[in-house]
Write a protein that binds this ligand. Sequence first.
Ligand code: ADP
Ligand code: ZN
Length: 736
Amino acid sequence: MASEISTIPAASDGAIVSDTVSVLIPLALPKPYDYKVPVGMAVRAGDYVVVPLGSQELIGVVWGAGSGEVGHNRLKAIVEVIDAPPMPEVLRRLVDWVAGYTVSPAGSVLRLAIRAPGALEPPRLRTAYRLGDVRPQRMTPARTRAIEVAGDGFARTVRELAEEAGVSDSVVRGLVDAGTFLPVDIPTEAPFPDPNPDAQGVVLSAEQAEAAARLRAHVDAQHFVAVLLDGVTGSGKTEVYFEAVAAALTQGKQVLILLPEIALTSQFLERFEKRFGCRPAEWHSDLATRERRRVWRGVAEGRVPVVVGARSALFLPFPDLGLIVVDEEHDAAFKQEDGVAYHARDMAVVRASLGKFPIVLSSATPSLETVVNAEQGRYEAVRLDARHGVAVLPEVTAIDMRSNPPERGRWLSPVLVTEIAKALAAGEQSMLFLNRRGYAPLTLCRTCGHRIECPQCSAWLVEHRFRRELACHHCGYSAPVPKACPSCGAEDALVACGPGVERIAEEVAELFPEARVAVVSSDNLRGPSAHEAVFAGIEAREVDIIIGTQIVAKGHHFPWLTLVGVVDADLGLENGDLRAGERTFQLLQQVAGRAGRAERPGRVFLQSWMPEHGVMRALVSGKRDEFLAREAAARERVALPPYGRLVGVVVSAPDAGLAQRVAREMARLVPRADDVSVLGPAPAPLALLRGRTRLRFLVKAGRSVNVQAFIHAWLDDMKIPNAVRVSVDIDPYSFM
Ligand code: ADP
Ligand code: ZN
């Protein structure tokens, strides 16, 4: 990333601009359009304005001076300037930067930045009353009490005054009519509490204190630097970066902590509260509209000191951001795949560079990209090598499924079953991890061999036995489980193949009927409160065996959990993409890190049919750096990221023939360029998705190639029929 940072386009500053301004509109438009500023209207760069476009009126953002491409007399005029703080200049530059980097229309990126519905409407006010100088001519005991209550000078609503004084509303209204209580407008929304940087910190170990001091120094200096905070799970990375947060707060700066959506738990928020005395503002997809509005507005007005959010929080309009922390920086959830395909971690580094402040990337299993950036000196590395206190890293063992296979029709090896029994007997918790929702990933007809597929996607339907249906995990299609095979009509011939978490739960219930079991997957937990309830139950030791998908892999701290069993450690290696090994390692290491986080040591068992595989060996030996060095060498040999660059290009259309024709035409028009090769078109692994046929190109280029320029040269002048979609993904993480 660092090499691109120097090419940031210079953007106009916030100065007052002339009678013509350019306005960027949050639609898929490549650039801002010019508008006239009516006489008497003052407009600043960054102002949110209402402008006409076609027959509509839309909200846009003043991007700078007009381009002058269209004569002033032919321009339409701005209708209205919205009463809100202007979009900060760094955010406007970030929008341009992300658009340039991802080869997306600037307007589409802008949409990410003004996605809080209603946030630009004037804040709703309610009327409250405070005590004025006039006293009523006639005094009553009730009136006296109400005046006494208001005597402290605070404004209150009629209801509040009446309640506190123990009088009726009409007594208060009478005093309003008499001019004793004077109306004031107050915001309807709750204010944001101020985190206290000097509240309850833990006493840091020497290693932690040294790491914290380095982060603090960077924050105090307010210069750009990207720091990799690299430490094993449980080493206290969170406590350490909280010190950097405290330093930023002491300076009066705003702070953004980015987390993968599913790691944004109330456990995390409570930890924050314990350290800083109050909760931070939250930003994620489950937030109610009103709360989004409140947070967006609070951030824009500089009233929100700390936001903890998922990736889209990067585009909040912080006027005075002084620190970003990206926790679990390796997590693929930071990569947005739809629409503007951006990587929030990488774009956060850009944001920090534009704003000239530090960014901390924290992980126990950093991405190869980040590790290489640290090795090559672009990022600074800070390491924590020990788990906090008496906690030690769990011992990891691979179970060779070839020599210890489960019984027929079962999925848990006898070795793992014995370990679960031991943990149960000791009153400790076990976790069985399988990253597969539902009951079975495939339903097959025993008579004709037919596999039940989604009608709209090239994917098998997954059986969900609790809901008694077959579901597509790509498009959401679902149907009841049929009685007969849809292909040959044979009755009672359909069999479930392979396990999902529900099936493991069934096996556990048979093996350990007395154990209390919780299945934790997105299907049986709808909404954040359901998550909180189940995690609270686990913490309170109301659960003996947790069976979960990746939801349980991250961030949680369960002191009584000592045994982790990975049901299918080979699962992530199946699809064989560039990062399959790295990501399997990261995920399983995270899962393993759930075990033995307190006094009781943890044990981890990996069920594998290929325990000799490099990933399994690395997990067992704990030699992460060796594993990463091997991965890096393998990628360097074939010039794959981070040693080379990739761009995914997907062509899709509802009509297969049309998609193929356009893809062939695109192949013919591939420009010649040094150190660039274009593979494809080939049918995508997900060749059919939501009824659209998909073909893929993969652009492979050297590290120094400007792939964005190549994509523009290739695609800008192509005539693409309306029904066809061509999506470009710079630095792709998904190859489906
Ligand atoms: P990581 O983020 O590296 O996984 P955490 O910051 O979550 O590690 O720390 C793991 C656990 O140890 C947490 O419960 C944390 O509060 C505790 N802990 C870490 N460092 C200290 C310390 N210096 N004093 C007390 N508790 C600590
Ligand atoms: Zn589907």
